[in-house]
Design a protein around this ligand. Sequence first.
Ligand SMILES: C[S@@+](CC[C@H](N)C(=O)[O-])C[C@H]1O[C@@H](n2cnc3c(N)ncnc32)[C@H](O)[C@@H]1O
Length: 395
Amino acid sequence: MSGRGWIRIAADLPIVPRMHTDLPEPDADARAHSERLVALIRREIASAGGVLDFARYMELALYAPGLGYYSAGAAKFGTDGDFITAPELGFVFARCLARALAPVLGETRGDILELGPGSGALATELLLELERLDALPGRYRLLERSADLRERQRALVRRRCPHLEKLIEWLDAPPAQPWRGALVANEVIDALPVRLFALRADALHERGVGLDAGGRLIEREIPADASLTHAVTAALGARIDLLPRPYKSEVCPLLVPWFAEVTRSLEQGSAWFIDYGYARDAYYTPERREGTLRCHYRHRAHNDALLWPGLQDITAWVDFDALAESAVAAGFECAANQTQARFLIEHDLDAVFTDAYARAPDETAKYRLAHEVKQLTLPGEMGERFRVVEFRRNS
Ligand SMILES: C[S@@+](CC[C@H](N)C(=O)[O-])C[C@H]1O[C@@H](n2cnc3c(N)ncnc32)[C@H](O)[C@@H]1O
């Protein structure tokens, strides 16, 4: 089994990504679902004049209402889905994170806003642990664009912590009124749509999505427009001359406006982002000449983003310098930036583990707990590829 964080970090991000020779075939219903989304994408390609910007393609593939990967009913998370995230492994991640959030909540007497809460696993375990620590937030707000995931989150809350449901509020957009407290986003930034580029001997090209003569989706290159050229030059800086040609990668121009929007009304408190990625000088290196875009389907990772739109996840690694620049532009200061392993150790991993181990009902539960801690902390798994970054505003 693999997680989003897993297959790709088993050693490091493969320089030559795995192709999709070993993927299980989707069934007829799933293929028909994907074909409905492809029909929509074809219409957008036609309106765009033959080539669709990859960021728009990714937006549709992941979030087209009722059809996109995150908007429709696929399992996605966990053993029956396509990948596993830290909160899906068990409760250890959430219990440590609760210890990091408790002081902020105490100081601000505020709320929690979680972006992209997935199955709701993090929300439920955080609330239960904050209750034990006597540090419950005033409200726990979930910003979730997918109606399907919202229903799953509601069902999990009712199963795991029905007595805390009264604290929970689902939002369609970031809060309009000023609020204080902690914002949390685990593996959300890697799901933001990116634009793809290719540096070739002659010029910078945009890699978009077009159609072949049979109407199948294909990658199409066109000269980069001014906005992509600006984004790539800003991200690569002087490195641009040192990179080999051809050189393919991606940028996320959406990050700055997205960050500003989701944090606009946070007047005092912290924003925590947990994700996999690199600082810029490790992101845009000659060795990584195929970029970091990856797809996840039934616990296999590959790099064909045009395969079965709507049935597979599409992600790109986070440029942590771009994240810091977005935060500074939005008026935040960076308070912490550490590997996930270090973050967990600094937030009582040892005590959380020891306590849970002592209470584990049997040997299987003990084994699972030990395995979970390994997955969260080992350098070859999630421990070093994931970073936990905290930004503060007015606190
Ligand atoms: C890989 S999942 C992570 C889910 C969950 N946080 C976890 O760790 O299991 C990505 C999540 O980000 C959400 N998402 C993507 N773009 C978003 C955006 N612009 N605003 C809020 N959530 C977003 C998706 O709906 C999905 O729930």
